[in-house]
Design a binder for this molecule. Sequence first.
Ligand code: PHE
Length: 340
Amino acid sequence: METIRQQLITDLSGAKTPQDVENARVKYLGRKGLITLAAKETDFSKLTAEEKKSFGSRLNELKNFAAEQLAAAAESAKQFGAAVGGTRKLDLTVPGLSRRLGALHPITTTLVELHQIFQGMGFMVLQGPDIETEYYNFESLNIPNDHPARDMQDTFWLTNGMVMKTHTSANQVRALERFGAPIRAIFPGRCFRYEAMDASHENTFYQCEGLVVDKNISVANLIAVMKTLLGEVFHREVKVRLRPGFFPFVEPGFELDLNCLICGGTGCPTCKESGWIELIPCGLIHPRVLEYGKIDPNEYSGFAFGLGLTRLAMMKYGVRDIRLFNSGDVRFYEQFVAVM
Ligand code: PHE
């Protein structure tokens, strides 16, 4: 019976037209079908009452299974016929006819992938609040009240004086206070900025902060981790460039740019026609930030980076417009098959 069951599955997986399905029905459930014969040709007089019962119930089960499978196959053969038959030509861009299983949001898939890559390098994954105090979002990052760097991040202020966190760096000192040194952690999270929206700017987007503090940490460690990260994410060699960048909480600070994977570097709206995408601002942690985190900068050093996670997903999946991620447009989400 098990052999028959397997054979039926194989036959039906190759059945395309209603005729194929009908042939299979005759082969298994017809008057001389395999399942029908299995019942007829068994000499029940030789079986004990116990055996009769078990054989009978297994046979019934197989019959029901076959009937169900045949009905399902007949239905999809009919749909397939409707799609490719008639006067319409076969359009290979039409989505498949299989049951809609849904898919993970591309940001979620990217997040899970980052978790795996960084956990493989010994990083913890932490999460901080979305609504932050001014202290953690700015002050503790060496951005005092009157510092012009606050203007770089158009902030949503709440009426109680708190802010919607403008960057995941807001969690840096929280992590240091909580876990001390040495530490290796990433903290992905949503960030909010009062931005004019266009193809590459959203008011709500994801970053993934990374933080490493230990003895003798240098820029070489930073570059090695960034290279491992990008190699794993894109499964190929990508071109990057490092240029100086200013952030009050790192010294020295860098911008790590990725050669635009949408246009291949020739220039497009996503990379603002420059051929490069600012992907990972990073640098060595400013001694003052370590001090805010109660860590002795004479003993420890570290690096931090603020990966643009939404941008990374854009590069990875070739999404040209950042606004699609939060659009709620099913036609966009449906294109992502969950491969994990
Ligand atoms: N938090 C910075 C931003 O959002 C990025 C950054 C993170 C820079 C870590 C350096 C180190 O612009």
